[in-house]
Design a protein. Structure first.
Length: 263
């Protein structure tokens, strides 16, 4: 049985004692909003990867326990009118999760069960909401995802994920060098995220991107003016993905969600 574990090493935890630490030492000051968006985007990416790898349980691959997502549970009932499997709502680590999914053949017709030969794609919809926090950051979050997995027909060795998502981070509180509290909203686009299938321990998304268009309003701002940032995460086959926010580059540890600014 393959078990998927998202485990941060002790050494990395020491390196990233804050949610987003500047690894370059004394250098040009970074815009606080850019840094705060990087923290939020890194955590969302950690969750995205957990969701993606939990979903492979629908194809008969045991997932074990994955981060805050938990493991895949085969307790989803098929709803014939919608052509989707509807799963019970779960609560784990202060997070409430709901999901549904559908299998389609090569003609886009819904299937009432996964078939390793004829199932061509699968669509997964999920929501997660609750309170999270670590290091110098905490937030109340609500995240939705709608992802389609393709490349399933035959003896496949990879899956490709495309889709969209939306996030709301209310009371997103950052305290690394002062106190900043925001309401952040974003729209995420998953573009050709390729994962090995079945996944072995230590394997991560091979390629593809997740792009977030983030709008942030800082609490207490009398003008209540929203500011925008684009955060693009690029996978490279390792657990350390590259995140670019504006003109700044960071590294995200996909095993923990912690974000470190590059030199």
């Amino acid at each position: 049985m393959r078990h998927i574990r998202l485990i941060a090493t002790t050494a990395l935890a020491v390196l990233t004692a804050s949610a987003c630490q500047d690894s370059s030492g004394p250098s040009e000051a970074i815009d606080p909003l850019t840094r705060d968006v990087a923290v939020v985007a890194g955590d969302a990416a950690f969750e995205d990867v957990g969701v993606i790898y939990t979903q492979i349980g629908a194809f008969g691959i045991p997932t074990g326990d994955i981060g805050r997502i938990g493991g895949w549970r085969n307790d989803c009932a098929f709803d014939a009118p919608s052509g989707r499997f509807v799963c019970p709502t779960l609560t784990r680590e202060n997070m409430t999760m709901s999901r549904s999914y559908a299998f389609m053949d090569g003609n886009g017709q819904a299937q009432s069960a996964y078939d390793g030969t004829t199932t061509a794609s699968a669509n997964f919809r999920s929501t997660m909401s609750g309170a999270i926090g670590r290091d110098n950051w905490s937030a109340t979050i609500s995240r939705e995802r709608d992802m389609t997995v393709s490349g399933l027909e035959g003896a496949e060795t990879q899956h490709t994920i495309n889709g969209v998502g939306s996030n709301t981070e209310s009371r997103s509180r950052h305290t690394d060098d002062g106190v900043r509290t925001y309401t952040m909203t974003s729209v995420a686009t998953f573009t050709n995220v390729v994962i090995p299938f079945p996944r072995s321990r230590g394997a991560w998304p091979l390629s593809g991107t997740i792009t977030r268009e983030v709008s942030a309003t800082r609490d207490g701002d009398q003008a209540s003016q929203s500011r925008q940032r684009t955060a693009t995460l690029t996978f490279n086959g390792t657990r350390f993905a590259t995140l670019v926010v504006g003109d700044r580059t960071f590294t995200v540890d996909l095993a923990s969600g912690r974000t470190v600014r590059r030199r």
